[in-house]
Design a protein around this ligand. Structure first.
Ligand code: UDX
Length: 468
């Protein structure tokens, strides 16, 4: 086994968000296990949350033939500083983050750990410029689907019409993708979306994509063959996922959680019959209105199914109240339901008692569930989630979609939620989506197995790093 100083050093920089940290850390584990020295970096605030949650220790960890270590950069944010708006934070992240990160990268050289490659991810395109200025080669790790990448890319190029103020309901036709209705493209690209600034930030990254020598993606060729092939004509793409599948048995003590996961849910799941539990989670960012929580609670209540529900406390900056479940539901729930603030989702989704996943369709949750053969009920909110839902239901056939009511506040009503849960749990549709989910699980296993498409791609990438 080589000493740390002799190993090629890869430096990963993740945007400070759970949905970015998780896949990036999985990539880091995989690269370390293959014999590289990997430094994982995100903001100091999230770094300290990860430490407090017991997800990481302060010491470098040996994984396979390599090492994984952590260094966090200062973005001016702490748990006690006032929260900034998204726009202001993105400016501050770039301004302070770039200064702090430059210092850290320069120190690597002084401390005899020269960096062979910096890997950035979406929302931090300035990381690529920083690497360029320091003469270090770079790669990007796109953490959403290749189909979503293609939608953003075509919008960036401007050669295909997208919904606009004058044509808000325009369908979008892109090569090798199904026809996307205006509410099936990433919502940040729609004319009246309140988060268009996020869409603009994502689009801006495409101007920087000629610099990285590789664009890694947490997807697999068998899942998105045609669009990966098509986008590979323009970009040096390597599909290396599902990274979750590759890393699930690897050093589970190193995790990306910024909140302590309620490990007792596994014991609770152990007490339930096989294939009987509905898992409900909306990822790390979505915060539903209390009215919508009530509708879900009553649907679960009247369905009679057992359920495990992640009800995350709201981020402080939302200034929102914690959700409360209707008293009637709490009183009658007993052992049939379990509510936690954060779950060990990888283990939950792998548990035999699980029957289906009511999900917001974040790409990580979608890939994790597909690669474990878990059928989904799609409850997307915004961003790429709406596009992922379209693919999960209409292309991959692993889920069912809830319909929004015609009511003014666009709530999804309890009857509709209960109807969909039943359809996903019992009867012919349930059998069909479960079979499709199992097909995707097999395909994912094949992709990451020795000699599979993702395995070859990651090995090629590692070979390239060794040459740098
Ligand atoms: C964000 C965006 O919202 C999403 O649309 C985009 O695709 C990725 O970035 P997030 O909303 O957090 O992500 O959802 P998701 O992509 O599903 O990632 C959540 C991660 O947290 C998953 O890896 C999931 O396993 C993990 N998780 C979630 C837990 O470990 N425990 C939980 O209780 C909930």
């Amino acid at each position: 086994m080589s000493s740390k100083a002799c190993l090629p050093h890869v430096f990963l920089v993740s945007f400070p968000g759970q949905g970015h940290i998780n896949p990036m850390l999985r990539l880091g584990k995989k690269l370390a296990a293959a014999g590289l020295l990997v430094t994982f970096s995100t903001s100091a605030q999230l770094g300290s949350q990860m430490k407090n949650a017991g997800s990481i220790s302060g010491h470098p960890t040996r994984l396979g033939d390599g090492f994984l270590r952590f260094e966090f950069f200062d973005d001016g944010r702490t748990d006690t500083t006032p929260t900034l708006t998204y726009d202001k934070y993105m400016v501050q992240l770039q301004r302070l983050g770039a200064i702090s990160l430059r210092q850290i990268l320069e120190n690597q050289m002084k401390e005899n750990r020269p960096v062979s490659c910096v890997i950035g991810n979406p929302f931090v395109p300035w990381v690529i410029d920083l690497a360029d200025n320091l003469g270090i080669s770079s790669a990007v790790f796109w953490v959403q689907s290749c189909s979503v990448f293609s939608v953003y890319y075509h919008h960036f190029r401007g050669a295909v019409p997208f919904p606009s103020q004058t044509q808000p309901n325009l369908d979008v036709k892109l090569p090798f993708l199904p026809l996307l209705k205006s509410d099936e493209i990433p919502s940040f690209l729609t004319p009246n979306d309140s988060y268009q600034a996020i869409g603009k930030d994502i689009l801006r990254q495409f101007s920087n994509l000629s610099k990285p020598f590789c664009i890694l993606m947490d997807t697999f060729e068998e899942l998105e063959a045609e669009v990966i092939n098509d986008m590979s004509k323009n970009f040096p793409i390597k599909a290396v996922g599902p990274l979750f599948k590759i890393c699930s048995e690897m050093e589970t003590k190193i995790r990306g959680d910024c909140m302590k996961a309620a490990d007792e849910c596994i014991e609770w799941l152990d007490s339930k019959p096989i294939g009987s539990v509905v898992y409900v989670s909306f990822g790390s960012v979505v915060y539903l209105k209390q009215d919508q929580i009530d509708e879900i609670a009553y649907a679960l209540h009247s369905s009679g199914f057992s359920f495990l529900w992640v009800l995350k406390p709201p981020y402080v900056h939302l200034g929102a109240n914690r959700h409360v479940l209707p008293l009637e539901v709490v009183e009658e729930m007993g052992e049939r339901g379990k509510v936690v603030e954060w779950s060990p989702q990888e283990q939950v989704l792998s548990h035999p008692s699980l029957a289906c996943f009511l999900t917001h369709c974040g790409w990580n949750s979608s890939v994790e569930a597909m690669s474990l053969g878990v059928p989904m009920v799609a409850f997307p909110q915004w961003g790429d989630q709406v596009t992922n839902a379209k693919f999960l239901v209409d292309v991959f056939g692993v889920g069912l979609r809830l319909s929004r009511g015609a009511n003014e506040d666009r709530l999804i009503q309890r009857d509709e939620i209960e109807r969909c849960l039943r359809e996903a749990m019992e009867g012919p549709r349930a059998v069909e989506i479960r079979q499709n989910a199992l097909k995707q699980q097999k395909a994912a296993e094949k992709a990451v197995a020795d000699g599979g498409s993702s395995d070859r791609n990651i090995k090629d990438f590692i070979d390239e790093i060794r040459k740098r």
